[in-house]
Design a protein. Sequence first.
Length: 610
Amino acid sequence: MEYEAEKEEFRQQTEQMGLQRKIKRGDVWFPLTVSKTYYNSLNQRVIEVLRQTDEEIEHNFEYGKPVVFFSVDAEGKISYYKMTASVSYVDGNRMVVAVPDGMGLVEIQSAEKLGVQLFFDETSYKMMFDALDRVMSAKGRLGYLRDLFYNRQKAETFNFSALHFSYLNATQEDAVNKVLRAKDVAIVHGPPGTGKTTTLVEAIYETLMRESQVLVCAQSNMAVDWISEKLVDRGVNVLRIGNPTRVNDKMLSFTYERRFEAHPDYEMLWALRKAIREVRANRKRGDQKFHQKVERLKERATELEMRIKNDLFSEARVIACTLVGSANKVLDGQKFGTLFIDEAAQALEAACWIPMRRVSRVILAGDHCQLPPTVKCYEALKAGLGKTLMERIAENKPEVVTLLKMQYRMNEEIMRFSSDWFYNNQVESAPDVKYRSILDLDIPMTWIDTSQFDFPEESGITFKEEFVGETFGRINKAEAELTMLALQQYFEKIGKERILEERIDVGVISPYRAQVQYLRQQLKKREFFKPFKSLISINTVDGFQGQERDIIMISLVRANDQGQIGFLRDLRRMNVAITRARMKLIILGDASTLTRHPFYKKLYDYIEAL
């Protein structure tokens, strides 16, 4: 259902949505210039393009995503090129796209007005369907894990005395020990700020004392990068399959492509591939030996490729990739003892089964009280697609779950509300963050209630939300301007010198994309914020996943007489938003609309009582 819905949504967007709108959404780059074309280290033909427009617009292009090129004629008519290509690398305004053989590059290079658009991602779905078919008919280890995860039978464990780690707290230590003892499965449940990544890195490090190699996956490229980077810091040899999103040299140096190019045999392989292309280009009619020549060269090239690949895999201790990336053909034939899935609460169950055919046990880490997987089709959500494998196992086997209980991010009062509502009041603050604040005697959480502001009707100012189209949702301009004003006042209290000297950083969050874009425009317009530009980021809740800031401001947008709050009812999103703040949280919202919902009522009362 999700597949059909997403396909249909894509078709409608392509046919009906205007070009400017698609550019604004970050799904199109237009206009483009082509800088060069060449063959990359994996022997794919690639084209490098540069975006000519404003790079302030956050785009949705990332490694592996399918794209399609188009051109626009003088009348503004869009023509799409027949073949789909895929993103090989993106950095700022530069993108490298791998194109299939036979795609007419000459047309693309000579097009007057060229653009590139994200295409429907058929591949991920194919892999998920394929994984589900395989799991349903599986015998052996995969069949065993499938049955185990779906019943209440206890998971098997090894018995040995607990190891002690001086730099971990009690629940982190407990989690690492549980991971090491698990024969089948273990879950590390990490609420905000509790050091889930630290714990997971330690568990992987310890596992590598017992196994020669492990597979580490996550739903998004960013999450894979994050854990890979931490492992590299611990001195672990990581091989990253697929391309990192955070492109720095440290990350690039352990990607498969870079290591491949750096291999001593690579130059010889390059020469062979070049020779194959030349023989093909200079083929003479009636040349009887042509096929023999090409075959001989191809055999040698394949042999060399295999040798380089085997060398890379035998050196690496951790193979890291996204869940869908684990179906990459370079992993064919590889088997692992343990699979670690980070951010498992954000991954569709079907995606988790993709890498599981290669392993004999699985460790999941994440927090099902934070962001859920993205499901676009409401019917599919109702039918259970939103339920993750991590939730399912946690329900069936509570004994395999370790909850990390000590948080190192937030002032006690910011954390307390989230701990009470989401974690049965089990999370505690580490002593050194308990009372952190920016100003003396500051109240860590405030709610600015926009329903308290009355403007005369003729002023035209209203704190009511406006609807701006299906995909952007809603906007509340007066609230956005008030958000900027409140931030300015708080900055004035702290003092400009201190903010710059201590680099006090701010995150402004809104659940709605239209509000985020409007807030960004407001920030740009205001002279006052110029010196602090690098310290302020504005994004959606999803954009702040896994991050933290000294000050967080949340613009909730919803304000209407019906008490409608739409997807703000998904409280896991709000849990993420309020737990990004280290020292100060300022919420802006219409209390009369929001407090009709028990969660927001309780939050509002909690803040008022501080």
